[in-house]
Ligand binder design. Structure first.
Ligand SMILES: [Fe+2]
Ligand SMILES: [Fe+2]
Length: 273
């Protein structure tokens, strides 16, 4: 069983836990009854966000609603998921894409392609679905000159096209009251500067390659495409791209994150092993 805030959530284990059995999918094809076909696992609870991986087969009924008081966003983890956000035309997210519904924007989420359309929602612990049943007001095209951060739809493929895979790069793609999300590409052998954060849990989604994490004095582990990694406030973390291909990770922090570096003698030492 996957636990919330597990240091390392393995992608295939997570997909297995929220996947439907072949029997259940066969029954769905026969009856068209989607009752009980959506499954979810709460992955992260970091004091700012509640994140959960949600799996539904394509065609599952949607529940358009809006949140008046917070931004909600998603990372697509498997299959394809279509979104109507606010007045914009529908976008279809695939693995590694980020979709954002700014607060006050109606969102209609439609599991689009695949027996398992998986999105990880990043919302608030006290989120509610009271404002619902709203029609799509009109269809505006997505502006083609939008730049990060906070695009309605940030495609992983587009990020790779823009920056390439030949050198290290990072770009901020979400920045709001709760979060700063950086997409970070690093070549094999590259490491971060080991550090810790005094008051903020940090977590990552791995979109490509293999990355080794050393958290506190724990045994290092390697996370791969689709995996999630969590480190609580007060614990040092060192991150290194291993294997022969470059890696891409999404680092989720608070907007005003404080770093204390282990190689800086003037910085305090981490309070936790
Ligand atoms: Fe929502
Ligand atoms: Fe960090």
């Amino acid at each position: 069983m996957i636990q919330t805030n597990q240091a390392h959530i393995d992608y295939s284990e997570l997909m297995d836990e929220i996947g439907q059995s072949p029997e259940a999918l066969a029954k769905l094809k026969e009856t068209g009854d989607y009752t009980g076909m959506t499954k979810s696992v709460k992955t992260i609870l970091d004091g700012r966000n509640r994140a959960a991986a949600i799996s539904s087969p394509a065609g599952s009924p949607s529940d358009p609603h809006l949140h008046a008081d917070f931004h909600e966003w998603w990372i697509i983890m498997k299959g394809e998921v279509a979104y109507e956000i606010g007045e914009y035309e529908q976008v279809v997210g695939k693995f590694g894409d980020i979709v954002i519904a700014p607060c006050g924007y109606r969102h209609d989420i439609k599991p689009w392609k695949g027996d398992q359309c998986v999105r990880m929602v990043v919302g608030r612990e006290d989120s509610n679905h009271d404002l619902k049943g709203l029609p799509h007001p009109r269809t505006l095209p997505i502006p083609d000159d939008w730049q990060p951060p906070n695009m309605i739809h940030t495609r992983l493929e587009w990020m790779i096209e823009r920056h390439g895979l030949d050198e290290n790069w990072g770009e901020e793609v979400v920045l709001d009251q709760r979060n700063r999300v950086n997409i970070i590409h690093t070549l094999p052998g590259s490491s971060n500067r080991p550090h810790w954060h005094p008051d903020m849990d940090e977590w990552w989604f791995v979109a490509k390659g293999e990355i080794e994490w050393q958290i506190g004095k724990d045994e290092p582990f390697v996370a791969k495409r689709g995996d999630l990694v969590f480190v609580e406030a007060g614990r040092a973390h060192a991150i290194r791209t291993v294997g022969d291909e470059s890696s891409i990770r999404y680092a989720v922090t608070s907007p005003d994150v404080i770093h204390y570096f282990l190689d800086n003698p003037d910085d305090p030492r981490p309070p936790k092993d």
